[in-house]
Design a binder for this molecule. Structure first.
Ligand code: HC1
Ligand code: SF4
Length: 569
């Protein structure tokens, strides 16, 4: 242990702890801007400077390890003046029209300026307005708000390994941009939104579609239905002042009824359906000598990545549409038929933890009727939080309401879709029982759970041991994709999710997502699974009824038409 003094408090911390972390452990928060837990230390912005006794200059707390006997002052007049000067200089080259900024009240720069008491800027403005990049369906990049902290570049390069964003130019010309100063587009961006998730200001955000939904909700001709993804119920609470990981399913449904949705359905239903279709596809590939390993297809960030960088392995990807899109296809075919509605009047909204789902919904293949998309609008968890606040709903006091039928009964297998490894675990629960014709002894595949980058398991299918693997983040996906490309992959089935932790860590989730937060959301996900009576997708009675009444059989003609697609370069 290392003993030192921070602000007259004697502290004792492990070796190699930074001054920033040491202070935090003792409840003293040093302000930061370029620093983000779990990302690389950049030490660029110098907002976290502190004064160390005996040292002439100021020191960055994020990058300096503690030393025995150190005496640190995190708030001396010299420190405060330096911090204030740094922030004023940033503000002098920033669009300071805070009230119209998408991150108003959620902006780290804004709260830093407030905490430092900056009422007026001593430096003249050198701000010059430039174009906003909002040409893609998922992400808006507003360079006018960028403070060049480099967090987005770090997550894009080092977590995702995609290197779409870069810091270009020098001096006054320094800017964060997509490579070659291009707009973000699907030639190279996967729309995972991890950049938006870590941006401290409003420079990269999801495209805000809340107005489209308000508009539909007030249109008397529209029958507006909504589906909610598995990962939203364990994170939405953070948007409405609940503790991290609070499971808010019932209150969330009530809130959406108050917002005016005619029916509130559960994406978990089509997650169960995906397992039936995808599980049968796997069994068919294994028994008919089809292309293996099969790879999951529910994550649109991963699909984009594969199309851009691994076009030669696209036939490994399952032909199943994602649960979001299976829902959309049924919502514009089976549902209006059952509810006696004209499909043209049905307006379908999704609430997803994901920015890439906005892009997925607009892909050409995702329309039963080629003139209109199956999903009309995709909102992120953050956007739903915003609508709840706009409506003035006191979330905490809401009563709980169950999801509506016929897409309302779900299983524990679907509940875990939002955590890395969850889709694989759900698939194994079904495939094992279908192939081996006996119940699985333990439903919990602990080796597939948690934040390890790549996880593996072995399953006995019809007497032979089959290997499966799970990867999250695109840099981990790359490891498994290279094996598939080289023909050395030892696996029969691979799950890939783009975002760290899976969808619970999606680019549309509440701000402040760190590994600690991801783990809490994951724990809630498995708690939810364990609490459910039904925990296997093939036991979902509404899914069984859907096959009986409408689809007839897994991988049948109607399933192929509605629930499957294929990807090509
Ligand atoms: Fe996901 Fe999925 S798990 S992709 O992360 O397969 O977004 O939550 O809805 O579609 O079910 C997202 C989450 C989500 C789909 C499912
Ligand atoms: Fe979206 Fe989930 Fe994929 Fe992230 S992991 S891109 S949240 S589907």
């Amino acid at each position: 242990m290392v003993n030192l003094t921070i602000n007259n408090v004697k502290v004792s911390v492990k070796e190699d702890t930074s001054i920033l972390q040491a202070a935090k452990q003792y409840s003293m928060n040093i302000p930061t801007l370029c620093y983000y837990e779990d990302l690389n230390i950049k030490s660029d912005c110098r907002v976290c400077v502190v004064e160390i006794d005996g040292k002439k200059g100021l020191t960055s707390a994020c990058s300096t390890p503690v030393r025995e006997g150190m005496v640190v002052n995190t708030n001396s007049p010299r420190v405060l003046n330096a911090r204030k000067t740094i922030v004023e200089l940033i503000l002098s080259n920033h669009d300071t029209n805070c009230t119209t900024c998408v991150k108003n009240m959620k902006c780290e720069l804004q709260s830093l300026a407030r905490n430092l008491g900056i009422d007026e800027n001593r430096f003249p403005s050198v701000f010059e307005k430039c174009d906003i990049d909002d040409n893609n369906p998922a992400i808006v990049r507003n360079p006018n708000l960028c403070i060049k902290c480099g967090r987005c570049v770090d997550v894009c390069n080092n977590v995702q390994g995609t290197s779409v964003l870069a810091i270009l130019g020098r001096g006054h010309e320094t800017r964060v941009s997509a490579v070659f100063d291009e707009d973000l587009n699907d030639d190279f961006c996967t729309f995972c939104g991890q950049c938006a998730s870590v941006c401290p200001v409003g420079a990269i955000t999801e495209k805000d579609d809340t107005d489209l939904v308000w508009h539909a909700l007030t249109d008397p001709k529209k029958h507006v239905i909504v589906q909610v993804a598995p990962a939203v119920r364990v994170s939405l609470g953070e948007e409405v002042n609940q503790a991290i990981g609070t499971i808010v399913t019932g209150k969330m449904v009530t809130a959406m009824k108050i917002l005016g949705f005619d029916q509130v359905f559960d994406t978990d239903f089509t997650a169960d359906l995906t397992i039936i279709e995808e599980g049968n596809e796997l069994i068919q590939r294994v028994t008919n000598g089809g292309i293996l390993p099969m790879m999951t297809s529910c994550c649109p960030g991963w699909i984009s990545y594969a199309e851009q960088r691994y076009p030669d392995i696209l036939d490994h990807i399952s032909s199943c549409k994602s649960p979001q899109q299976m829902f959309g296809a049924l919502a514009k075919s089976y549902y209006p038929q059952k509810a006696g509605l004209d499909p043209k009047d049905v307006f379908v909204v999704s609430v997803m933890p994901c920015t890439a789902k906005k892009y997925e919904a607009k892909r050409e293949e995702m329309s039963v009727d080629e003139n209109s998309p199956d999903i009309d609008v995709v909102l992120t968890t953050r956007e739903l939080g915003k609508m709840i606040k706009q409506m003035g709903i006191n979330f905490e006091n809401l009563k709980e309401t169950p999801f509506d039928s016929p897409f309302g009964i779900t299983t524990g297998a679907a509940a875990i879709f939002g955590a890395t490894g969850g889709v694989m675990e759900a698939a194994i629960r079904t495939v094992y029982e279908v192939v081996n014709k006996k119940p699985l002894e333990s439903l919990d595949f602990k080796e597939l759970r948690g934040l390890e980058g790549i996880k593996e398991a072995e399953v006995n299918l019809g007497g032979s041991m089959v290997k499966v693997a799970v990867a999250h983040t695109l840099s981990m996906a790359k490891v498994l994709c290279d094996q598939v490309r080289e023909g050395t992959s030892p696996y029969a089935f691979i799950e890939i999710m783009t975002c760290p932790g899976g969808c619970i860590g999606g680019g549309g989730q509440p701000y402040g997502t760190t590994n600690k937060v991801r783990q809490e959301r994951i724990d809630s996900t498995y708690r939810l699974d364990a609490s459910m009576t039904l925990r296997k997708s093939h036991e979902n009675p509404e899914v069984i009824a859907l096959y009986k009444d409408f689809l007839k059989e897994p991988l049948g003609e109607l399933s192929h038409h509605l629930l499957h697609t294929h990807y090509s370069d």
